[in-house]
Each structure stands twice: as C-alpha cells, then as structure tokens.
Design a protein around this ligand. Structure first.
Ligand SMILES: Nc1ncnc2c1ncn2[C@@H]1O[C@H](COP(=O)(O)OP(=O)(O)OP(=O)(O)O)[C@@H](O)[C@H]1O
Length: 246
C-alpha cells in the first residue's frame, strides 16, 4: 500500500535530535528523539509553555525544525522544499486549539472543505459530510455557522473536518479544553474510534481524566522543551512489527 516509502516498518513519524527556535530566540524544543508507531494513540503532556503546541506545529508541518532530522510518512521533511509539503499535509488531520473554523461557512461547508480541496465533486461530498455530521451528533446543525454554535459544537465540527478525508495522522491540540466532562468523553470516543480505524492519533492535553480513560495510549511528556523519556521507550518503542520475530 505504501511500498514506495522506505520507512521503518510501523513507524509513521521519526524525530532525530530535533530542535526548534523562533527567530533568534533560545530553542523552545531541544534534542527531541522519538518515534510514533503507525496506529498508535499518544497523549502529549507537560506544563504550560513546555513546547507542546510547538511540537504539534512541527508534526503538522506548519513549522520546520531549526536543527535535526524529521521524517513523516517515511520521507525526510526537515529540509524538503516548501511546495512539497501540501501533499503531506493532506494526509494529516488537525484539530486546532482555537478550532479555526471559517466563520462565514456553514458547519456542512466547513466539514466539506478538505474533500473539496482534494478535488472531490459534489456527488462525493454530500453523503460523507452528512454521515460525518451525524457521527459527531450535529446532523441537525448542518446549516449553522460557527458563531451560532456552542464551544462543544464548534469543537465537534473541527473534529469532523479533521477526520473527513480519513487522515493517516490525526493531531489534536487540547481538544477538550472548552467542553464539560460529558462532552470530553464524547470527543475522546470519536478520537478512539478513528484510531480503531487505523489512524495514528496524537493529542496534547492537560486533562488527566482523558488519559486515565484511554488504556493502551502512550504518554509523551515535555518539560522545558525536552522530552522526559528516562527509559528510552519513545526512541525505541517496544513491539514494532519490524522487531517482532526478526
Ligand atoms: N510564534 C512564536 N514566537 C516566539 N516564541 C514562541 C512562539 N510560539 C511559542 N513560543 C514560545 O515557545 C515556548 C513553548 O510554547 P508552546 O505554545 O509550544 O507551549 P505549550 O506547551 O503548548 O503551552 P500551553 O500548554 O500553555 O499551550 C514558550 O516559551 C512560548 O513563549
């Protein structure tokens, strides 16, 4: 299926001594060494200002490392030409902390956007978008514009938009930051359902309840721009297919 890529079997993202600085400031991320397994579910945690959003920006290719190597979907992207990135971005779904919905478009049109950008005709858009809106419990809000939706509803439109094109990698920045506990459970359910369908998921969160409710998820902890990985488990994740029975 992805045979042309030379990635280490089972690895979707690999960081090798990655550093990031903004402008001429000090590095906000330092010496990040880790791998994400295909099909894994990861929580990214750490104190405010530790660099979680910055790390996610590297993952969704909005920032490039200022140091080190970074491969995504098996290709080295730290120095890839800018015009090469949109093709990779289409394989990544992002739920932004502040949603970034388009205010003047309906919930339906916001969710339809990735399919339309990918060139799908309206016949291929209508059904999947209706189905996705139903899946996130917003079938009756399809024509509503974001400013008329509650925070939790906007959050679910943002999730529907992020997953409609079946991304291989789903990145969510504090996806339960604006909702109550019941809605947080519902959002977690949506993310784990995507994960069961094969999508690799990484979620930045301060919500310990969310982590406790997701057995099998792996923790990635950042402190002051560096990974806390005392056992090296993030550099050499156990149980990767390439290592089994080899
Ligand atoms: N665009 C930017 N320009 C300069 N510095 C930035 C920029 N974005 C983030 N920073 C700095 O990088 C560091 C890490 O910020 P980041 O937003 O990645 O942390 P975070 O762990 O996501 O924090 P929070 O949990 O509060 O969202 C902070 O010191 C922040 O001030």
């Amino acid at each position: 299926m992805r045979g042309r890529e030379q990635r280490l079997a089972g690895t979707i993202v690999e960081f090798d001594r990655v550093g990031l600085r903004y402008g001429t400031g000090a590095e906000v991320l330092r010496d990040l060494d880790f791998r994400l397994n295909e099909g894994g579910f990861y929580f990214l945690t750490g104190p405010s200002g530790a660099g979680k959003t910055s790390l996610l920006k590297l993952l969704y290719l909005a920032q490039r490392p200022t140091r080190g190597r970074m491969s995504v979907f098996g290709d080295e992207l730290a120095h890839a030409p800018r015009e090469a990135l949109p093709l990779y971005r289409r394989r990544i779904g992002v739920v932004f902390q502040d949603f970034r919905l388009i205010r003047h478009l309906s919930a339906f049109d916001n969710v339809a956007l990735p399919l339309r950008i990918a060139g799908h005709g309206e016949a291929e858009v209508e059904g999947p978008v209706r189905e996705m809106l139903a899946w996130v419990g917003l079938a009756d809000r399809a024509s509503a514009r974001p400013p008329t939706l509650s925070g939790g509803e906007q959050q679910r439109v943002a999730i529907a938009r992020a997953v409609i094109a079946r991304p291989e990698l789903l990145i969510a920045d504090e996806p339960t930051g604006n909702v109550d506990a019941a809605m947080a459970q519902r959002i977690l359910h949506l993310l784990t359902a995507m994960n069961r369908l094969g999508t690799t998921v990484i979620v930045a969160t301060h919500d310990l309840g969310l982590i406790a409710a997701t057995p099998g998820a792996q923790l990635i902890r950042l402190e002051n721009g560096a990974l806390v990985d005392p056992t090296g488990a993030l550099r050499n994740p156990p149980g990767r297919p390439a290592e089994q029975g080899a």
